[in-house]
Design a protein around this ligand. Structure first.
Ligand SMILES: [Zn+2]
Length: 106
C-alpha cells in the first residue's frame, strides 16, 4: 500500500469553534473550517447528491464534534449535524487545507 506523502504532525480539534487545526509534515499549519470540510465530504451519500447536481450546503454554525483516526490513512470526521460518514485521507485533507484554510502560520 502506498504511503501518503503528507501526514499530520499534530491535529487539534477546537471544540469551541468546531474547527480543525493541522500541522503538516511539510511545515504548513492550517486551520480548517467545519463548514468547508462538511461541504467537501466524499462519502457515498454526499457523492450521489453531487452527481445529482444537488449542492451540499452545510447547516449554519456547523461544527466538528469528533475525529476518528482511520489507521495510518486519514480521519473520519463527525459533524454536529449528525453526519459521520466522511473519510478524509491525509492527501485529501492536505489538499483541502490550501483551499479552505482560514489562516496560515509561518
Ligand atoms: Zn458525506
Amino acid at each position: 500500500m502506498a504511503t501518503s506523502a503528507v501526514w499530520p504532525l499534530d491535529i487539534v480539534l477546537h471544540e469551541a469553534s468546531g474547527q480543525l487545526e493541522v500541522l503538516w509534515n511539510d511545515g504548513l499549519h492550517y486551520t480548517l473550517d467545519a463548514s468547508g470540510l462538511r461541504a467537501a465530504c466524499r462519502c457515498a451519500a454526499c457523492e450521489s447528491l453531487r452527481r445529482a447536481g444537488t449542492p451540499l450546503v452545510p447547516a449554519a454554525g456547523i461544527a466538528l464534534t469528533l475525529l476518528r483516526p482511520v489507521g495510518e490513512f486519514g480521519l473520519q470526521l463527525c459533524f454536529s449535524d449528525g453526519h459521520d460518514r466522511g473519510i478524509y485521507p491525509w492527501s485529501y485533507l492536505h489538499e483541502l487545507s490550501s483551499i479552505l484554510s482560514l489562516q496560515t502560520t509561518p
